[in-house]
Design a protein. Structure first.
Length: 201
């Protein structure tokens, strides 16, 4: 078996089918959970304590489905192909962080970084996204366990977790702006990254 240095990003191989399916599932169920939970669609998850709490129920089950995809993605980042394993691309080494800084400088000079998937700034953004979504997933699971639909939540610790779960109302759109913005910017310069994720190439 070939050992791959943790200082060297491995991301030149084409994205495998499993990675693309997991990404698609995360995108669909993540955005769906956010739209319902924040109230952009329906009454929002805050209706959990009302007699009619159907939007909270939808948010809960969509969120649980999202969590399944997220945990599968994390597992795949441990045992999947070398190009998607966290050890090979998460920017926790000096060499990888240097690439992130270089990409930021390129953007400040109005130049779009041209790197393989997961390398440089794109890898940094994805790593931050996984951490943020892991918190939202775990806190959402806690809410699903501690919240009784139709009953006001009064216990201090569950209420604290619910409060900080709602930070997703800000973090999710912020991440979407970064992630989708990067995809659009690459498309403008002729690098159609989105086609890979939709199995169009």
């Amino acid at each position: 078996m070939t050992n791959i240095s943790s200082a060297t990003p491995v991301a030149t191989a084409p994205l495998d089918v499993v990675t693309r399916l997991l990404h698609l599932g995360l995108a669909v169920f993540g955005v769906w959970a956010w739209l319902v939970g924040s109230g952009w669609i329906g009454a929002g998850a805050a209706d959990y304590e009302k007699p009619d709490h159907s939007w909270y129920i939808q948010h809960r089950w969509v969120g649980i489905t999202f969590t399944v995809f997220l945990l599968a993605r994390i597992l795949w980042g441990i045992v999947g192909p070398a190009s998607v394993r966290f050890v090979n691309w998460v920017p926790w080494t000096r060499a990888r962080l240097r690439l992130v800084v270089e990409d930021v400088r390129s953007l400040l000079q109005l130049r779009i970084p041209d790197r393989p998937t997961h390398v440089g700034l794109s890898g940094f953004v994805e790593a931050i996204g996984l951490v943020v979504f892991l918190w939202l997933a775990l806190s959402g699971l806690s809410n699903a366990i501690t919240i009784t639909p139709g009953v006001k939540l009064t216990a201090a610790w569950p209420h604290f977790i619910k409060h900080w779960h709602q930070i997703g109302n800000v973090l999710v759109p912020a991440y979407l702006i970064l992630h989708v913005g990067g995809t659009v910017a690459h498309s403008v310069v002729g690098k159609q990254v989105w086609k890979k994720m939709l199995f169009l190439e």
